[in-house]
Design a protein around this ligand. Structure first.
Ligand SMILES: Cc1cc2nc3c(=O)[nH]c(=O)nc-3n(C[C@H](O)[C@H](O)[C@H](O)COP(=O)(O)OP(=O)(O)OC[C@H]3O[C@@H](n4cnc5c(N)ncnc54)[C@H](O)[C@@H]3O)c2cc1C
Length: 506
């Protein structure tokens, strides 16, 4: 039994860092356990926040609602927009594109997923998958709405039991932190501004005892949440927890980001465009568009990256581009002694599938579930760390998939990704899908089978077979089913307001 330095009861929580991670964690802890805890958040105006991280995935809708945020207020305050998926341009071959659209595709059948039907239908039509022709994405409500710039928060396709749109948000990271700060303070979180210069540890246990600010203020606590971003001042600089490096699988280690003027129409999806080295994000907000290039410094200099980024943005830049260095990987233990790392301090997989804010959310939820109110118990810490590792590895594999299955070959960067050894778990998924069209996920996996199917197909891993159940339908039945689904989806999208109108209506 590992006891905290309070010999038991844990009541004084110190969250270090006031970026997305700090304020999301503060909001959830205050909302759920606020009555029993004293929660203090320390942040440094001098250091500021990383200022990127503006695209999310659908579970954030529930998180916001769980901490008591009104959706309209949130979208207005953060200059937010709707995100229906991520479009991947040139990732498989130059000139090709596909989308990881959120939500479902087609109609779910017992025993066999929709893409098996689509695949047989394609074969009967002698068609190859083409996103502008009879493609898998013709049957995605999210894709069709995204490309037509439409949005309405519908739970179902009218008069059917088919699911409606699944969505997430894009938002201004700085405004989100401010918005959450106000919210968390209204729930009782105490904020202290200042830069931490010294950290004191217990001589025996090595637990963190207190933090000292530049102005001499001393802050004591029972449990410390390290939300200090890439600096990781508690979990790494003090506790030397160690880092599992993923750069042999996820080779990018730099990003250069610049905001530019907004465009006339705001697209309800993120764009990810592969370049000769790395890829570029485009995140449309109400007042500006966020852009950034993610690249590997081994293959491209910062100067080249800056020139490439500025050549490929579609509005006037609003500031000087900012370079951010990182190392892909994760902290060996997310919870070590009386410190829990949440946000960039716990690791970073690169922003391709916008999973890092989600990992903040799940870590904060896990912390509430495992909250050590009577003292820290090693078995509990181990289980917390095990769960976070399993979750992270599933996400890691999904991101590696995009790199591994590229067919570009126009630079050593992409060729090395094609050749690289990948985790066995991922290799098995790729091969099983290729041979049988099947992909299986665990109940706790973040990315669903439909997400995997889209990226596998989009990256050219077309199955050699489909499920035998499909052959129980005649050609006419299959044709009718596919035709009717398409009609249903197109009609539903037609009746939706534009995304611009939706935002204006707020
Ligand atoms: C290039 C890039 C793009 C990204 N894009 C996405 C995306 O699209 N979607 C997504 O989900 N995630 C994305 N992420 C990750 C996302 O940005 C982060 O997960 C998120 O912003 C949380 O950051 P943070 O709060 O951990 O760190 P930060 O925002 O850096 O906050 C750190 C806080 O710690 C404080 N601090 C640090 N040192 C001290 C000190 N000594 N004393 C006092 N305070 C201190 C700082 O002042 C600050 O308040 C991206 C990350 C990068 C690098």
């Amino acid at each position: 039994m590992h006891k905290s330095n309070t010999q038991g009861q844990i009541k004084n929580i110190v969250i270090v860092g006031g970026g997305t991670a700090g304020w999301m964690t503060a909001s959830l802890l205050a909302k759920v356990l606020g009555k029993t805890l004293n929660i203090t958040l320390v942040e440094s105006d001098k250091i500021g926040i990383v200022g990127v991280g503006e695209a999310t995935i659908p579970p954030i809708v529930n998180f916001n609602s769980a901490i008591g945020i009104d959706e309209k207020e949130f979208i207005k305050a953060t200059k937010g927009t709707i995100k229906l998926g991520i479009e991947f341009n040139h990732w498989h071959n130059d000139g090709e594109r596909y989308m990881h659209a959120f939500g479902s595709i087609g109609k779910k059948f017992p025993f066999c997923d929709f893409h098996h039907l689509w695949q047989k239908h394609q074969q009967l039509q002698n068609g190859s998958d083409n996103i502008d022709g009879n493609s898998f994405w013709d049957y995605s409500l999210n894709y069709q709405a995204a490309k037509q710039g439409k949005f309405a928060p519908i739970k179902h396709i009218p008069n059917t039991n088919l699911p409606g749109l699944a969505y997430a948000y894009h938002f201004d990271a700085g405004l989100y932190a401010k918005f959450l700060r106000k919210h968390a303070e209204s729930l009782g979180v105490k904020r202290i501004e200042g830069t931490i210069t010294d950290i004191a540890q217990d001589d025996k246990s090595g637990d963190i005892k207190s933090l000292k600010l530049e102005d001499g203020t001393n802050i004591t606590g029972d449990l410390f949440i390290d939300c200090t971003g890439l600096a990781a001042i508690l979990i790494e600089k003090t506790l030397n927890t160690g880092y599992d490096d993923y750069s042999h699988w996820l080779p990018c280690n730099r990003a250069i980001a610049v905001a530019c003027e907004k465009t006339d129409h705001i697209e309800p999806y993120t764009r990810s465009t592969a370049h000769k080295v790395g890829w570029q994000w485009r995140i449309p907000l109400q007042h500006r568009t966020g852009n950034g290039l993610v690249y590997a410094s081994k293959h491209m200099s910062d100067e080249e990256a800056k020139a490439l980024l500025l050549k490929n943005i579609d509005g006037k830049p609003l500031a000087e581009p900012k370079v951010i260095s990182f190392q892909t990987g994760r902290r060996r233990k997310q919870w070590n002694k009386n410190v829990i790392a949440i946000g960039l301090s716990s690791g970073f997989f690169e922003p391709l599938e916008a999973t890092n804010i989600h990992l903040i959310q799940t870590a904060a939820i896990r912390l509430v579930k495992f909250f050590p109110h009577q003292g820290i118990n090693l078995e509990e810490v181990n289980e917390f760390n095990r769960q976070s590792k399993v979750e992270s590895e599933g996400i890691r594999d999904f991101i590696i998939l995009h790199y591994k299955l590229n067919n570009r070959g126009d630079s050593e960067f992409w060729r090395a990704c094609q050749r690289m050894d990948i985790p066995e778990s991922l290799m098995n998924k790729i091969q099983l899908f290729k041979k049988t069209g099947k992909v299986f996920c665990q109940p706790d996996d973040l990315f669903t089978e439909i997400a995997w199917q889209q990226v596998m197909i989009g990256q050219g891993n077309i199955p050699e077979d489909y499920h035998p159940l499909v052959d129980t339908l005649s050609k006419e039945q299959l044709d009718d089913l596919m035709k009717n689904l398409k009609i249903l989806i197109n009609r539903t999208v037609e009746t939706m307001p534009s995304h611009d109108d939706f935002l204006n209506s707020l």
